[in-house]
Design a protein around this ligand. Sequence first.
Ligand code: NAP
Length: 252
Amino acid sequence: MNTAFDLSGKVALVTGSNTGLGAGMAHALAAVGCDIVGVSRSDDSDTAHRVQALGRRYVGVSADLAETACVNDIVRAALEACGRLDVLVNNAGIIRRADALAFSVDDWDAVMNVNLKSAFFLAQAAARHFVERQQRGKIINIASMLSFQGGIRVASYTAAKSGIVGLTRLLANEWAARGINVNAIAPGYMATSNTAALREDEQRNGEILARIPAGRWGTPDDLAGPAVFLASAASDYVHGHTLAVDGGWLAR
Ligand code: NAP
């Protein structure tokens, strides 16, 4: 059974690989044999060192996913460097907070462009490659609790993350028969720089912890098993699913 999770010789493209959940998933995929192509705008040397320490290759691609123009170049760079592509993890994301009455077009577009638009067009670029090579492919989109709940003061984030779940289903419907698995992971409240302000706010931190059945914030390591599962042959018949990894948050 262990071989179903073995990704030796495969290549995974992970966006937002320099930090947080993306760095955790890059490390997890490398640990089961993947070489990693990481996309971010910042210094990704920490992730590179962690992946290389596992004996795998790390290829860093600097790109700004606020613009979709880079998506074909990203896939091309992965193929040039590694010769193949098997897994895409659409993880890069941002959040902007403001009351809905005051929400700006800039805060809407910035979040939608990175969290939804680029995710779709990167999935399209990867899937075109999978279809052209007539190979299996795995696409993992990163959703959120706000794919299921409304949230407050995060209009564009909720719209984008709700959209990611719909898109995951649509792409699964179109591509499952071609041997491409499109699924999503919906992390709960995870301790990354994205949520540092929430954790520093004593009252909000207490309220959040009180609602998590597991009684703690998640960590990037908590996504390791789910990411490996959805990237591996173990999930070959799983299509269009969004897997909550939330310490039980949605069960409340
Ligand atoms: P994070 O620590 O803030 O990391 C975000 C990542 O996205 C960084 O690697 C960042 O790279 C990349 N990124 C942002 N804008 C980009 C752009 N324009 N072009 C290229 N890369 C860009 O966030 P995280 O907590 O790890 O979150 C990762 C994903 O999980 C996001 O989609 C987030 O919405 C989702 N999520 C997080 C939580 C949580 O509790 N933390 C919960 C649910 C869902 P740069 O540093 O180079 O900009």
